[in-house]
Design a protein around this ligand. Structure first.
Ligand code: PNS
Length: 171
């Protein structure tokens, strides 16, 4: 009985991890929906030393902080450890991931199963991406920006401006 009560009132902390290079409206949609389902949502940006992202981890965190500034239960952080270890350090046991397609699911299933194998107290919850963003990815957005295309319908304004600046022809 005591256990049930403490579980019922336990603060539910979830982590939404990713590269977010850069954050898109597809990510933002997942953040908004996940923030409604959990007491506290940590958006955690991977600082992957072996990859060369377009935006530094500081830039990616800053974009996320800017676009989530009116969401009181959302925190933006970064990590460079194993995800399950990061989760332990935050006392979080739920990973949130967005799924756009069946092909996403195969990779996500593998990752979720591996994370559970590494730490069986961790569970992954999948949220289906809003169909209007099902084709959207950070890589495609970067490709469009690189060729000077308009990305304003895919990413929030500060990201669109930063992409424009990154790819602006040097004078
Ligand atoms: O946005 P992405 O690139 O699809 O996110 C992938 C991410 C960051 C969730 C994944 O690469 C990750 O968790 N990396 C941290 C290192 C780790 O724990 N790897 C094992 C995962 S099974």
């Amino acid at each position: 009985m005591k256990d049930q009560t403490s579980k019922k009132f336990a603060r539910r902390v979830a982590v939404y991890p990713g590269s977010f290079d850069p954050v898109t409206y597809g990510h933002l949609d997942i953040i908004q929906r996940a923030a409604q389902q959990f007491d506290h949502l940590i958006v955690a940006v991977l600082n992957n030393m072996s990859k060369t992202p377009l935006f530094t981890v500081e830039e990616r965190v800053a974009f996320l902080r800017e676009i989530t500034k009116d969401m009181p239960n959302v925190e933006v952080d970064w990590f460079r450890d194993l995800l399950v270890r990061y989760m332990q350090s935050k006392k979080a046991s739920i990973i949130v991931r967005g799924i756009r397609s069946v092909s996403d699911f195969e990779y996500e299933l593998q990752m979720a199963s591996m994370n559970r194998q590494l730490d069986d107290s961790v569970d992954t919850i999948f949220m289906m991406t809003n169909p209007k963003f099902s084709y959207l990815s950070s890589s495609l957005v970067k490709e469009i920006a690189k060729f000077n295309g308009d990305v304003s319908e895919f990413v929030p304004p500060p990201v669109a401006q930063a992409l424009k600046a990154k790819y602006a022809p040097e004078s």
